[in-house]
Ligand binder design. Sequence first.
Ligand SMILES: Nc1ncnc2c1ncn2[C@@H]1O[C@H](COP(=O)(O)OP(=O)(O)OP(=O)(O)O)[C@@H](O)[C@H]1O
Length: 366
Amino acid sequence: MSSGDIQSNGIAIQGLGLTFPNGWVGLKPSDLHIAGGSFCTLLGPSGSGKTTLLRTIAGLITPTSGRVFIGTRDVTRVSVQERNIGFVFQSYALFPTMSVAENIEYPLRVHKWSATDRTARVKEILDLIELPAFAGRAVGELSGGQQQRVAIGRAIAYRPSLLLLDEPMGALDRRLRQQLGADLRDIQQRTGITAVYVTHDQEEAFILSDRIAIMNHGEILQYATPDELYFHPTSRFVAEFLGEANLIDVVELRSCEKGALVAITSYGAVPLPAGMTVPGGSGERVLIVRPEDVELVTAPDRSDIPTPGIPVTIDNVRFLGSRSLVTVSTADGKRLRVECSKWRPPNADTTAYLTWQPSAVALADR
Ligand SMILES: Nc1ncnc2c1ncn2[C@@H]1O[C@H](COP(=O)(O)OP(=O)(O)OP(=O)(O)O)[C@@H](O)[C@H]1O
């Protein structure tokens, strides 16, 4: 496919910070390296700085500190037009009086492509976005999802080195979002363009992305693959933002005889995954265990309970069909959650013990 001839550039930001004129800190100085040809998502709650970071990469906002590189080129002081970037926003921003083909052709005219090259490229893009039969239609006659496909096609038509997308599916219903998301990922992979995508929808981010930057309060907290983020969050915020998490404060970390690490908690010693090393820094830590990794066991003799074997009382059991959600309380009143899909939970008000495999535990900053 000749659409794959886009020259993929990575993006590097170094110490990028932004304080707005009113004194509000939009971005705390951060570093990030997005590999060329990858799909990166900026994910975080409303107001966390996702759009601000995207706009700073685009050159629509000038940072107060740090640098932005596209490939090896320092573009910190380079204008938007010279950064060679395609944009897609939530509002389609298509020209309503122009046809689909004319919309796609427009940026090629601006970039002074020859008529022959324009015709060939428009055809190629119409095939790529799977709308060849709609070339002559006015964009106003298309569905929302089709219009966004045209917007994506128009954004990549002149072969920019980056594609930046700010909540492009925000106005679409769930079914259309899923369809367009799959189309977008397919287009990104077939062209090999580097894409940076803003959303606050975790599921969308997980489905689409090679790597995700989790943001909060203008800060990039962690940049990793979806499974690294889910199973090895490095902060309490990331753990709780990406689904349910049981958090247990660590009093102390100790090495046992075999060199493995053990976390001392107010519920006893909790073995940590083999090979885990003591993280740097001196901050307080928290253990993270996902509800689906926890098992509730009952046994007449406490010595039969596998570690960590935290005694709990079952508060309630909610049956949800394919799984049950169980809320339990420890002796000191801490509430924890257990999800069971393959075994029946004990009845409420019974005493049971919580256990899990050491590999299920992540260690994060408190
Ligand atoms: N020009 C500005 N001057 C002052 N503060 C601003 C300006 N633009 C944005 N902010 C603030 O910066 C913070 C981050 O805004 P931003 O739009 O980047 O968040 P976001 O994560 O994209 O949120 P959402 O998901 O709601 O779009 C917000 O608190 C916002 O009010």
